[in-house]
Design a protein around this ligand. Structure first.
Ligand SMILES: Cc1cc2nc3c(=O)[nH]c(=O)nc-3n(C[C@H](O)[C@H](O)[C@H](O)COP(=O)(O)OP(=O)(O)OC[C@H]3O[C@@H](n4cnc5c(N)ncnc54)[C@H](O)[C@@H]3O)c2cc1C
Length: 438
């Protein structure tokens, strides 16, 4: 390395910490500024009294194809704590639970033989044959799936999932997004002994050992430049850096960086679409998904929650994936949904939201009683899922911004792969490399 640089990183999520790992190891002087009191960002977890493991605020797992995060876990010496169980994932169709795997169990789906044949053929094409996502991004998932999988399969399987994930933006999502999910996902789902937070804490410890400094509960208030250098305002004080890498959302980044707003880059950032997420977590005395299902996709029959068959998209019984003994014997269930940041789900009180969701549990398991609930939590993230439209690759801002020394690496620039901690690590490391090359 020619010269040691002073580098400021905004955000101690997976991207910011992966960047810090490479930069600190290369001998740069790295400081991370994190607004929250813990590291981890969207992948962070929480722990109740009596639990040995943390639980992710929003359900999280890795896939066997998540090479970047697996490699990082090896580099920081914790690969042996990565675990890959094979939980059961299912769909709710016509009031019954069906397996949702791409294998012989597909024959049990309530579809006609021609529909099953088309589903199998299109599934094999997407999973094993094509890698041409550039062609697939020229068409919407809505149009492609309707055409190649057929109307019945689209209406029963895919449309409810797309509506659930993207709400009324569902007809805009391109087919490359769907391809990436089908192409790269595995049946075994990975986690970390102790929960994702334990992995993120191990990463934080590793980067600190290499000399990086993490400032928690320290929001950056402004990003600009001073004397030709990148400048951050923190606690009202301006500090200059040779390089700054921000990992915040497009909206936050634009708020932090007034100088970007009128640039073409800033306008491109402002045009990026995304959707928020909410997760209600229930600690229960008994199992709801008694057939052992970990992940149950509930059909969103309309973007309007009041007229949809279910008020949320995913019913996830975490303790059908990780043993409940890690959580003091609690059965842990997520009720998860994706809605825009101005949706009423972001405004309702936690209790009001949970009351909206409980009838769905009773629908799935008629024995469910509200007195099974020991405790509840509600987590909300206004920026949770980018929405990639047709031709999206042309709309992604590069990592280097027009501001001197300022780089931006966010979920919105992860593409064609769907956002995830694996790709946060990849983009964080790429930003570190771009910020310091030559
Ligand atoms: C519902 C849901 C389910 C998901 N499921 C999975 C999954 O199964 N598997 C998977 O791998 N991924 C999953 N993800 C995605 C994964 O969480 C993200 O891709 C990843 O955590 C993004 O990391 P990041 O570092 O880019 O951003 P973030 O995690 O958002 O980190 C950005 C950090 O910047 C901080 N920050 C922002 N502004 C400031 C400021 N002004 N000053 C200081 N700090 C600031 C934030 O507090 C945050 O900690 C899921 C996400 C959601 C919402």
């Amino acid at each position: 390395m020619a010269k040691s640089l002073k580098i400021g990183i905004i955000g101690a999520g997976a991207a910011g910490m992966a960047a810090a790992w490479d930069l600190a190891r290369a001998g740069h002087k790295v400081e991370l500024f994190e607004a929250e009191p813990t590291v981890g960002g969207l992948a962070a977890g929480f722990k109740d009294e009596g639990w040995d493991w943390t639980l992710e605020k929003f359900y999280h797992h890795w896939f066997e194809s998540d090479h970047d995060i697996l490699k990082l876990s090896e580099e920081i010496g914790v690969r042996d704590k990565v675990i890959f169980p094979r939980p059961k994932t299912s769909y709710w169709i016509d009031d019954k639970i069906y397996r949702s795997e791409m294998n012989a169990s597909m024959f049990g789906l309530p579809l006609s033989w021609p529909s099953l044949f088309r589903l199998g053929l299109a599934g094999v094409y997407l999973k094993f044959i094509t890698r041409d996502w550039q062609a697939l991004e020229q068409v919407t998932a809505d149009a492609w799936m309707r055409r190649y999988m057929g109307q019945q399969t689209y209406d029963k399987l895919w449309k409810p999932l797309l509506i659930g994930k993207f709400s009324d933006l569902y007809t805009q999502v391109n087919m490359a997004w769907m391809w990436a999910r089908i192409h790269s996902r595995s049946l075994h789902l990975g986690s970390f002994e102790g929960g994702f937070q334990a992995f993120l804490n191990a990463l934080a410890e590793a980067i600190q050992k290499k000399g990086a400094v993490i400032h928690l509960s320290t929001p950056v208030q402004n990003v600009g430049s001073q004397d030709g250098k990148a400048a951050l305002t923190i606690n009202g004080q301006v500090q200059t850096f040779d390089r700054v890498i921000s990992t915040s959302s497009p909206n936050l980044m634009l708020r932090l960086t007034p100088d970007l707003r009128e640039t073409d880059y800033g306008k491109q950032m402002a045009s990026l679409k995304s959707i928020g997420a909410i997760c209600a977590v229930l600690a229960l005395k008994q199992s709801v998904l008694t057939d052992g299902t970990y992940w149950l996709n509930l059909p969103a029959t309309s973007a309007d929650k009041a007229s949809s068959q279910f008020p949320f998209l995913a019913l996830v019984e975490h303790t059908n994936y990780q043993d409940k003994s890690h959580y003091g014997g609690d059965v842990l269930v997520y009720c998860g949904d994706y809605v825009s940041a101005d949706h009423e789900y972001f405004k309702l009180s936690d209790d009001e939201l949970i009351q909206r969701f409980l009838p769905a549990l009773a629908k799935v398991n008629p024995n469910f009683k509200p007195d099974w609930i020991r405790k509840t939590w509600v987590w909300r993230a206004p920026y949770a899922q980018p929405v990639p439209g047709v031709g999206h690759s042309q709309n992604i801002p590069p990592l280097n911004t027009p501001l001197p020394g300022v780089y931006w690496a966010s979920m919105s620039q992860v593409y064609p792969w769907d956002r995830g901690t694996n790709y946060a690590v990849e983009i964080g490391r790429r930003a570190a490399w771009e910020a310091t090359r030559g």
